[in-house]
Write a protein of this length. Structure first.
Length: 137
């Protein structure tokens, strides 16, 4: 299993907050997507290239636990790693921390490998498996 963990730093924009000045719950899905794309890029995988090769990774499940709010202009960090890797899907886990290194949110997303021609689940191609699995123990 991959022990590779990546971290990105983001900043809350005004359009991401609700009337109370707190990040709207739906924005977290975008934060996770940015972090996941960064994780893939750091493994040498371009999501655009995957799509060109006919491989899609649609989200099939998301679980979010909100612990503390983020507010407009806050800087925060999204830590991303793989939780589960199976032939047909991958589960990422996320931890968002504020600048004080306090956990704000934890989450998991499951993505399914899908063939863009048939729109059916497919086994992860070998070249991609090598990017997800590390023997770093």
């Amino acid at each position: 299993m991959s022990k590779k963990k990546t971290t990105i730093q983001l900043k809350v924009n005004y359009h991401q907050v609700d009337q109370m000045g707190i990040v709207h719950h739906a924005q977290y899905a975008y934060f996770f997507e940015q972090a996941r794309i960064d994780w893939l890029n750091q493994q040498g995988v371009s999501y655009a290239t995957l799509e060109q090769k006919g491989i899609l990774l649609p989200l099939s499940e998301i679980s979010i636990e909100y612990k503390r709010p983020l507010r407009f202009d806050d800087n925060f960090f999204v830590h991303t790693s793989i939780d589960t890797f199976k032939p047909y899907f991958v589960t990422f886990s996320y931890c968002i921390e504020n600048q004080q290194q306090t956990i704000v949110t934890t989450a998991h997303t499951r993505l399914v490998f899908v063939d863009c021609n048939t729109m059916r689940a497919m086994k992860c191609p070998k070249f991609l498996q090598d990017k997800f699995i590390f023997n770093d123990l």
